[in-house]
Write a protein that binds this ligand. Structure first.
Ligand SMILES: *[C@@H]1O[C@H](CO)[C@@H](O)[C@H](O)[C@H]1NC(C)=O
Ligand SMILES: *[C@@H]1O[C@H](CO)[C@@H](O)[C@H](O)[C@H]1NC(C)=O
Ligand SMILES: *[C@@H]1O[C@H](CO)[C@@H](O)[C@H](O)[C@H]1NC(C)=O
Ligand SMILES: *[C@@H]1O[C@H](CO)[C@@H](O)[C@H](O)[C@H]1NC(C)=O
Length: 276
């Protein structure tokens, strides 16, 4: 028996395992991008050049984004979707592995004058886990460029896409959206899920429904006050009649709004690529 050979094989396997664990994050990103390459290839690409040294300060970056994105955002219909692939956060990355989708965040874009004529900046209606600015993490309105600039400085290497509504909202949908946003913010009812709550709620509402009766034991008693990005977006679209009321908002992910899903009210994605 040649022990040196066995030793080398075990040594080699340990190194391999080490490399695998160490690079798991990158492997998942590569796997996910490979698996979804067709969807990415179908994206129109919008390249925006922002030198690396201008991406360090979020205030400076915000001003640049405001100028560079103005043309696109001016043309987008209020109610369109903004999608983020979070490549910085292990939880988001593993979540993407679990849900096998491309995106980890979704938000609704509102044109500058959506609320009143004096509005100057495009906005996002969203439940964002990160408390960016002084805003809370429940459903809230953020300036699109302020949020994006914070996001880009905090979490580099993310991918971004926008998806236009196929038709502008009609006046009654627009009013209804307006109303829904204002009343949801005023209510202050919803809180953003913790990672465990997100995991638990998503899987018990999809694959493991038989575990639902365990909710109280998992301290998920305030379930009707929990929210997360895609749940809020689903409920918003349900309110204005774009998503069927039978859809379980707890069981949706940001990918519910990405190509090729929801094609009946959203058109093709445009990926925004920030080049140096
Ligand atoms: C969306 O993409 C598909 C496939 O790439 C293409 O056939 C179609 O014309 C596109 N639609 C629009 C509205 O750009
Ligand atoms: C993105 O990653 C950061 C941590 O790097 C995390 O705090 C945040 O919640 C993630 N955002 C989304 C929307 O997944
Ligand atoms: C107009 O809308 C903006 C948000 O776009 C809000 O901050 C501002 O308070 C509103 N002004 C009035 C007069 O309602
Ligand atoms: C979004 O759709 C509207 C029509 O509904 C169109 O006028 C506008 O150019 C589109 N914007 C983009 C960026 O595709």
């Amino acid at each position: 028996m040649d022990y040196t050979k066995i030793f080398f094989i075990i040594f080699f396997l340990i190194i391999l395992l080490f490399l695998l664990i160490f690079n798991l994050k990158n492997l998942i990103i590569i796997r996910s991008n490979f698996k979804h390459r067709i969807a990415w290839e179908k994206c129109k690409q919008l390249k925006i050049s922002i030198p690396m040294d201008k991406r360090k300060n979020s205030f400076e970056l915000e001003k640049i984004l405001e100028i560079k994105l103005k043309k696109v955002l001016d043309k987008i219909n209020s109610g369109s979707i903004f999608l983020i692939q979070n490549n910085s956060d292990p939880v988001s990355i593993f979540m993407r592995l679990g849900i096998t989708g491309r995106f980890s965040h979704s938000a609704i874009i509102l044109k500058p004058n959506f609320f009143n004529e004096s509005g100057k900046k495009p906005l996002l209606w969203q439940a964002a886990g990160e408390k960016i600015g002084t805003k809370n993490s429940g459903p809230d309105i953020h300036s699109f460029c302020a949020f994006l600039s914070e996001y880009m400085t905090r979490y580099p290497n993310c991918r971004y896409a926008i998806r236009n509504l196929s038709q502008p909202l009609n006046p009654s949908q627009s009013f209804s959206l307006h109303d829904f946003i204002i009343s949801t913010i005023k209510q202050k009812k919803f809180v953003f899920v913790s990672n465990f709550e997100m995991f638990w709620c998503f899987y018990t509402e999809t694959l493991f429904r038989f575990l639902l009766p365990l909710d109280p034991y998992m301290k998920i008693s305030n379930k009707n006050e929990l929210t997360f990005c895609s749940k809020l977006i689903t409920e918003t679209y349900q309110h204005i009649g774009l998503v069927d009321n039978n859809v379980n908002s707890f069981a949706t992910t940001p990918n519910y709004f990405s190509f090729p899903n929801s094609n009946h009210f959203l058109i093709n994605e445009t990926e925004i690529i920030f080049t140096p």
